[in-house]
Structures are given as structure tokens and as C-alpha cells.
Design a protein around this ligand. Structure first.
Ligand code: ZN
Length: 136
């Protein structure tokens, strides 16, 4: 079986992956205007400020959009069809991710469904933030 892809940290994302390894979700924030944004970079995409810091996210959000992938990459084949989603985070940005712990059936994936972060261990100290439905 092929292992699932392992993201390769860059200088802009090293902090993010280091915190994810500790099962914490952090997001970049513009110090000038307070805008929280995604993806990590060394400037604010709203105002261009180079004063950027990190804030810990709540890990909660809602399902904004999704597709069910029925022809997965070989590394995902053992899981069968799976959900690729955009999650609207409480802090503002949207994050591309997978939804775990739910049938890959559109009837089970209402837009606006509350979700929370979980961390998938990809080995060698790397964990990938994923999301699951919040238990009712
Ligand atoms: Zn800004």
C-alpha cells in the first residue's frame, strides 16, 4: 500500500507543521489589521504588511463546500471514496482539507455542518489537520 502524501514544510509553513505535530491548529494573522488568512506567507494578502504573526485557532468551523472523490490517488484507495472539503474556519479563512468520520454521501454532508479539527498521523512526527463532524 502506498503511504498517503506527506506535506513538505517550507520556511513559511514550518511553524504551522510544528504546531500541528502537537495537535494544535495555528493560522497566520496580519499585525496591522488583524486579518487572519490562509495559506501561510510572510506578508498579508489583504494589505501587504510584512508584520505577520500566528494565532491559535479554535479548530472549529463549518462545511463550506465538498466533493466526494470516487477515483482516489492509490495512497487513498484503501479508504474507498473520501471527502475533499473547504472548511470555513471560525477565524475567517477557508481551509482545504478532508472530512473524516462520515459516510462519503452528500446526504451526510450538509453545507454549514459544524466540524472540528482532528490530526491524522502521517508518521515521522508529521500530523495533517483534517476535520470531522461535531458530535450532536
Ligand atoms: Zn493586513
Amino acid at each position: 500500500m502506498t503511504a498517503k502524501p506527506r506535506p513538505v514544510p517550507t520556511p513559511d509553513t514550518q511553524f504551522y507543521w510544528d504546531r500541528a505535530a502537537e495537535e494544535e491548529l495555528w493560522l497566520p494573522r496580519c499585525d496591522a489589521e488583524g486579518t487572519v488568512f490562509w495559506y501561510p506567507r510572510d506578508f498579508c494578502p489583504s494589505c501587504g504588511s510584512r508584520s505577520v504573526s500566528w494565532v491559535r485557532a479554535s479548530g472549529r468551523g463549518t462545511l463550506a463546500a465538498f466533493v466526494v472523490n470516487h477515483t482516489p490517488h492509490p495512497s487513498y484507495a484503501a479508504d474507498g471514496p473520501y471527502v475533499i472539503a473547504l472548511v470555513q474556519l471560525e477565524e475567517g479563512p477557508r481551509l482545504m482539507t478532508n472530512i473524516l468520520g462520515v459516510e462519503p454521501d452528500p446526504a451526510q454532508l450538509p453545507i454549514g455542518m459544524p466540524v472540528e479539527v482532528v490530526f491524522e498521523d502521517r508518521g515521522e512526527g508529521l500530523k495533517v489537520p483534517q476535520f470531522r463532524p461535531v458530535a450532536a
